[in-house]
Design a protein. Structure first.
Length: 262
């Protein structure tokens, strides 16, 4: 049975003019995901944002609308295949073509390997990798049907330091992020020749979020020195990825504050 998604999207009339392209941000939190949605909305995209809780999306949706953009929120579990299929179908049939997908789910929950449970390890992989596969596959199915040399279509997966190396106490997160990076590489090699830009970003450093502010005050204090990442600046780089001409695509984008060690 096809699930009913919680959203406020109306049905589209067949007489409505050509719709705006859609930027779908899966995992539109209060920091990076929200900033990306706002950035694409400023460029004329309809921002479709998802979280498991629709209520938590309302401030972001209202802010985009107050700034003159178009936004719709969806309560959807990115790990559930039937919900992902229904989400993409609903957006494509009622709002417009998804020309940008940003998969921005993290699932970072550190634990000693001695204490890690099979259930939590699997859940982290589901959220940070398997969900990326489900969303990437469903959107790619639509993109390949309309790929042309003039049309820009982009899929971006958000990675982390853990995409490159597994630190102590981060076995589950590193395993999932390594796998997501491999997924992005495979998709890029298959879909790139079809005109679909698949990119993977490595966000290496603390981001200006409430979580960092409340739990790592010493790190957050570096904000005054540009020592943590500004979500709006990350979003600017995601827009640049989408805007790139296809003769000079970036596949992997590495972002970190100037003082971050690597």
């Amino acid at each position: 049975m096809t699930p009913t998604l919680r959203t406020e999207v109306p049905s589209r009339s067949p007489d409505v003019a050509q719709p705006n392209p859609v930027a779908l941000v899966v995992g539109a939190g209060d920091a990076t995901g929200g900033a990306i949605a706002r950035r694409f909305a400023r460029e004329g995209f309809t921002a479709c944002v998802t979280r498991r809780s629709l209520d938590k999306l309302q401030p972001l949706v209202e802010q985009i609308k107050a700034d003159g953009g178009v936004a719709h929120g969806f309560a959807s579990d990115a790990r559930k295949e039937d919900e992902v299929v229904a989400l993409v179908e609903q957006i494509e049939s009622t709002l417009g073509p998804i020309e940008v997908l940003v998969f921005n789910i993290g699932a970072n929950a550190p634990s000693s390997i001695l204490d890690e449970t099979a259930r939590k390890y699997f859940k982290i992989w589901e959220m940070a990798c398997f969900a990326g596969f489900l969303n990437g596959r469903e959107v790619a199915k639509r993109m390949v049907q309309r790929a042309t040399s003039e049309r820009k279509q982009t899929i971006i997966f958000t990675g982390a330091t853990a995409s490159l190396r597994g630190a102590a106490h981060f076995a589950a997160f590193a395993g999932a992020k390594h796998a997501l990076r491999a997924l992005a590489q495979s998709m890029a090699r298959e879909l790139g020749p079809m005109g679909i830009h698949v990119a993977h970003s490595i966000i290496d450093g603390a981001i200006d979020t409430g979580f960092i502010r409340d739990n790592f005050p010493e790190r957050y204090a570096l904000k005054a020195q540009d020592g943590i990442l500004n979500p709006d600046h990350i979003a600017d780089q995601y827009w640049i990825l989408h805007a790139q001409p296809r003769d000079a695509w970036t596949h992997e984008l590495d972002l970190r504050p100037y003082m971050e060690k690597f």
